[in-house]
Design a protein around this ligand. Structure first.
Ligand SMILES: Nc1nc2c(ncn2[C@@H]2O[C@H](COP(=O)(O)OP(=O)(O)OP(=O)(O)O)[C@@H](O)[C@H]2O)c(=O)[nH]1
Ligand SMILES: [Mg+2]
Length: 406
């Protein structure tokens, strides 16, 4: 070993020496360090940056006026489209709510229905084919009418999110809505279809037609929400048919409004278009996977904020009895909470944690909070879940319709 180096090494002279003795020996033998040599540092003083002329500086900064223009450009463009008699009725009622930034469009083969409907925009499809007289319960006629105006539809469905609504079981809604979904996708929109399935009393033919329409609709939509009229009867027996339609209209309108509010209102914790895109993800474009492309949307308002109360109503919002989702299979969820400035973090946590505990353990969950002082002591909870298997869609997709109409 090198002698110089060896000098600096303390050798264990006596391996049996106790630790305190060894430290004492080290203190005696190692010379104390009296002086730590100073390292002289050289700082070069940087010359001051030349001040930019104000004009040049402003050109580099993003001014509020620029941000505002950008903000309006990035606003999510939503369009609610009602197809056929039921769809037109729902859209007309939706129009009365005057949701800012949300356009409405009615599409029909029936000129009279369309004339009396109330929407920002209207399209009479299949003028050559039906002469404005409606599709007469013939879904093939409805489909041909939409084909006649397909190019016009592609141009007019210019939005980021298109909500399609119709009552399945007739001619126009059943036949045209799937093609309208296709046209909306072609124009680059995300398509959310919400359709009612007929009451049993309307007959087996209508039911079969509705199931085929649902299959075609699911094939061209990002997400499809079938609402069963029949289930409404089991929930509210002895209801009159027009009351039943009204309730379904209301449910459908609220669902659309709920989704729009989730993503378009600026929040303290924001949910946006990208979030809803990430939630409504189809497993694949294969038709068999469309049975997982359904969503559940639920809303509730609470005025008591105890843990139990919040948990109870959050589950209620998620467990929509007209959709009957398999909650444990929900793979993606959005939770929107709106409340006034008194809402506490713990309360928000209870709602979000309740959804998280109920849905699939690996689910992707996003939440947002909108501060809305108009809510005056109330909290509004909106939940949207996606990725579970819908028995109604499964039935629609798996059934063989080749013989059903002959
Ligand atoms: N929610 C709701 N559902 C309705 C209403 N009217 C009809 N329905 C349902 O929707 C289904 C289709 O009816 P319509 O929308 O009138 O039919 P359409 O699409 O106009 O078809 P055609 O008139 O044959 O061209 C019916 O079988 C009912 O189950 C309504 O006002 N509200
Ligand atoms: Mg009609």
């Amino acid at each position: 070993m090198n002698d110089d180096l060896d000098k600096n090494v303390m050798h264990v002279k006596d391996p049996s020496m106790g630790l305190s003795r060894a430290i004492q020996r080290m203190d005696e033998e190692v010379p104390p360090i009296n002086k730590i040599p100073m390292v002289k540092r050289h700082f070069t003083k940087l010359p001051p940056l030349p001040a930019l002329p104000a004009k040049q500086k402003n050109a580099l900064l993003d001014l509020d006026s620029d941000l505002k223009t950008f903000l309006t450009k990035r606003e999510v463009r939503t369009l609610v489209v009602g197809v056929g008699g039921a769809g037109n009725n729902m859209t007309s009622r939706f129009q009365q709510m005057l949701l800012p930034g949300c356009r409405t469009l009615c599409v029909n083969t029936d000129v009279q229905d369309l004339y009396y409907s109330n929407a920002d925009e209207k399209i009479l499809i299949g003028k050559q084919l039906t002469k404005g007289l409606g599709a007469g319960n013939d879904h093939q006629m409805g489909e041909l009418a939409a084909l006649e105006d397909y190019d016009r539809l592609v141009h007019l469905l210019d939005a980021d999110i298109v909500f399609l609504t119709c009552g399945l079981g007739g001619g126009t809604g059943t036949g045209a809505t799937p093609l309208i979904a296709k046209a909306a996708k072609e124009s680059g929109a995300m398509v959310i279809s919400i359709a009612t399935m007929p009451f049993k009393m309307e007959g087996i033919t209508k039911e079969r037609i509705a199931f085929q329409g649902l299959k075609n609709l699911a094939d061209h939509s990002d997400t499809t929400i079938p609402l069963s009229n029949q289930k409404l009867i089991s929930l509210v027996p002895n209801i009159k048919i027009h009351q039943g339609f009204k309730i379904m209209d209301e449910i459908l309108i609220r669902s659309v409004k709920g989704i729009i509010n989730l993503i378009t209102k600026p929040g303290l914790v924001n949910l946006d278009f990208a979030d809803i895109q990430s939630i409504i993800k189809r497993k694949s474009q294969a038709l068999e996977d469309a049975m997982y492309s359904t969503s559940v949307i639920g809303m509730t308002e609470v005025s008591k904020f105890s843990d139990n109360h919040l948990k109870h109503y959050t589950v209620k919002a998620l467990d929509n009895p007209l959709i009957e989702p398999e909650i444990g299979d929900i793979k993606n969820a959005l939770v929107g909470i709106a409340g006034d400035s008194s809402v506490k973090l713990k309360q928000v946590d209870t709602v979000v944690a309740t959804v998280s505990e109920k849905i699939h353990p690996d689910a992707n969950l996003k939440w947002g909070f909108i501060s809305d002082n108009n809510l005056n002591g109330k909290m509004r909870i909106t939940v949207m879940g996606h990725g579970f298997k819908s028995p109604v869609l499964e039935k629609a997709i798996m059934a063989d319709y080749t013989t059903a109409f002959t």
